[in-house]
Design a binder for this molecule. Structure first.
Ligand code: AHG
Ligand code: MN
Ligand code: MN
Length: 335
């Protein structure tokens, strides 16, 4: 009989005593801890690469290839994907789906977990020394075809989270019993718990959207942003500030600590009819975190985590943040 001890030698994180305690099956919890630990190992390596920036030539260079979704693939996108897959091969992970790969990788058939990831989010910011990150979603492996583990609503996720490679390298993660924030401590090389119960700020009059697309937006989005710009004399009755990084992980991180609202709506450009961001490995895990922190995440009208999925790289309109503002946007969509 072959006994495999999953990933026990790869622990770059000091888990809190509460981590995943809502998973009552002890084996499942062990599998989750080991897999998140392996993702922390991967994130440390990716963070090191990001920190060296132009000292390593060509990180932000385009490979000349488009990824599964038609975006330019950068060298760091590909390296990050390879780092993650190498770590996950030693884990109880049956299937791995990635922004950078058209199809699903089979790793350890029959294993309990399946992982989807955006290995490097915000890759257009690689060369600019602006925060970028890795987003991940963990599902219990479903019986039958590999697709079954991913073609399901986000409310079936076991874990959702993301790493930010910024002034600090952080991990913001939830298993459905609240959100924890870890910081990679440079001296120990371990992710250490910094905020045990991260809560999203109540509301702040601040929005983030790529306003260069304004002419393509649907009318409800145009009206909401127009009212934000009008400020205090208008129907919203307060002056709005604007912040937009262009890396989802950094924008989500800011919303968690300051409140406000993020929008990447569907628009009228060809290919953007369903939005830009990907449901499986961008919107689902970020929504899980946002809801567990006390905020809301929708496609403008419906809860992201309830939406079914029928394509691996399916796009979705994404509106999330403080409850007050997400509800407000929803009211603009009502007929
Ligand atoms: P990725 O680099 O993984 O393709 O994701 C980039 C995403 C997201 O981080 C950001 O919110 C959005 O793309 C910005 O897109 P535009 O610059 O096209 O508006
Ligand atoms: Mn992304
Ligand atoms: Mn990416």
């Amino acid at each position: 009989m072959i006994i495999t001890i999953w990933g026990s030698q790869h622990m770059a994180i000091q888990f809190s005593a509460d981590f995943a305690t809502n998973l009552h099956d002890e084996n499942l919890r062990k599998n989750v801890l080991s897999t998140v630990g392996a993702l922390c190992d991967a994130a440390k390596e990716i963070s090191d690469l990001c920190a060296q920036g132009p000292l390593i030539s060509g990180l932000g260079a385009v490979t000349g290839i488009e990824n599964a979704d038609g975006d330019d693939q950068k060298a760091l996108d590909v390296q990050s994907d390879e780092i993650i897959i190498a770590k996950l091969r030693q884990e109880p992970v049956a299937y791995y789906a990635s922004e950078e790969e058209e199809g699903i990788n089979t790793l350890a058939p029959g294993a309990a977990l399946s992982v989807a990831a955006d290995p490097l989010d915000g890759s257009s910011n690689i060369d600019t020394n602006v925060s970028i990150g890795t987003i991940f979603s963990i599902f219990p492996t479903a019986p039958g075809a590999a697709e079954n583990s991913f073609f399901r609503p986000g409310n079936e996720q076991l874990v959702g989270g993301f790493f930010v490679y910024g002034p600090q390298t952080t991990l913001i993660v939830t298993c459905g019993n609240g959100v924890e924030l870890y910081v990679l401590e440079p001296k120990s090389g371990q992710f250490v718990l910094a905020v045990p119960k991260l809560r999203l700020a109540e509301a702040r009059a601040e929005y983030g959207i790529n306003a260069a697309n304004a002419r393509h937006w649907q009318t409800p989005v145009q009206l909401f942003i127009s009212d934000c710009l009008t400020g205090e004399p208008g129907p919203l009755g307060e002056n709005y500030n604007m912040r937009w990084v262009g890396s989802l992980v950094a924008d989500a991180s800011r919303i968690l600590s300051r409140g406000g609202i993020f929008l990447y709506p569907a628009d009228n450009r060809p290919g953007y009819e369903k939005g830009r961001l990907r449901q499986l490995y961008e919107a689902n895990p970020v929504s899980f975190v946002i809801e567990q922190a006390g905020g809301m995440a929708t496609n403008g009208t419906s809860r992201i985590l309830d939406l079914p999925l029928s394509e691996l790289h399916q796009r979705v309109a994404f509106v999330f943040g403080s409850n007050k503002q997400v509800e407000l946007v929803r009211s603009y969509f009502k007929p």
